[in-house]
Write a protein that binds this ligand. Structure first.
Ligand SMILES: N[C@@H](CCC(=O)N[C@@H](CS)C(=O)NCC(=O)O)C(=O)O
Length: 280
């Protein structure tokens, strides 16, 4: 094994055991099991949509969408937003797990549907930020081409690209660059390589279009919203201190132009620092 492994003495046992603190930033939160860890009833406000979230990139996607709908004056998109503090293990409370069995923010509950015949008086629970964006976009007929065809397919392809790619950025690069107990060359190199490749994918694509799926303001979609929350914020130096220089984000000029244009939108300015109500 090469020296760049930083860990050349380590040999995986036949069966993994959870018998050591790993020392990373989220070490005390992580367990190899799922399900509720404590009882916690979540508050429900008066608005039709109830958001349980945090202003991380995955949370910011939904903040942007709801604030963009507010900008358009969409009445039915009124919402209450509550803070799920993942550092305090709120994501493992019974009320949150009942909405999202995967215990990760964001999660949304739509109470506007309880009068509808096919909902048995129950609200609709939505988890996974991509699913929430698509749910809201389709419910209100905004920020997604509604008709099946090339434009809708392109939008959903880029939305799914974001959902599949960002774990390499956040869980891979971000984790090892900013949260691991010590710098480790092998994982930092591996995930930096992949993150820079992804930034290049976006830069090349944005060379020929204003937004991810076309030109002109009306082509701004949930694909831009989802991708901006991670890659736009990374490009603007808002994620992982020191990473803008490390990744040389300024060199991706088309990505920079797109990221700045979206950052200037009033809805986006409000969304990145959305006030969230306490859950208790
Ligand atoms: N694929 C999920 C990922 C959500 C996610 O990873 N959320 C993080 C914060 S950005 C979280 O809640 N982490 C808490 C934990 O892992 O315990 C989505 O897009 O909604």
């Amino acid at each position: 094994m090469s020296d760049t492994n930083n860990n050349s003495q380590y040999q995986p046992a036949k069966v993994w055991k959870n018998d050591k603190e790993n020392g990373g930033k989220f070490a005390s939160t992580n367990r190899p099991t799922a399900g509720a860890r404590h009882e916690q009833t979540l508050p429900v406000g008066a608005a039709p949509l109830q958001l349980y979230s945090l202003n991380t990139p995955n949370g910011v996607k939904i903040n942007i969408m709801l604030e963009e709908l507010k900008e358009l004056g969409v009445q039915g998109a009124a919402y209450d937003a509550y803070k799920i503090d993942i550092g305090e293990n709120d994501q493992f409370g019974s009320g949150f797990v009942d909405i999202n069995p995967n215990s990760k923010i964001p999660a949304l509950v739509d109470y506007s549907v309880i009068q509808d015949n096919d909902n048995d008086g129950e609200p609709i629970k939505v988890f996974e930020s991509g699913a929430i964006l698509l749910y809201l976009a389709e419910k209100f007929g905004q920020f997604v081409p509604m008709q099946q065809g090339r434009a809708r397919t392109e939008c959903l392809s880029w939305l799914m690209w974001q959902m599949g790619s960002a774990p390499y950025l956040g869980g891979g690069f971000g984790h090892f660059y900013a949260y691991a107990p010590e710098p480790m060359e092998y994982p930092i190199n591996r995930f930096t390589m992949e993150t820079k490749r992804q930034l290049d994918v976006l830069d090349i694509h944005l060379q020929n279009c204003d937004y991810m799926c076309g030109n002109g303001k009306e082509s701004y979609t949930i694909a831009d919203i989802a991708i901006w929350a991670w890659y736009g914020q990374l490009a603007l130096g808002n994620l992982y201190e020191g990473s803008a220089q490390f990744l040389q984000v300024d060199s991706y000029q088309h990505l920079q132009r797109w990221a700045k244009a979206i950052a200037a939108r009033p809805a986006v300015k409000r969304a990145v620092d959305l006030p969230l109500k306490p859950i208790s």
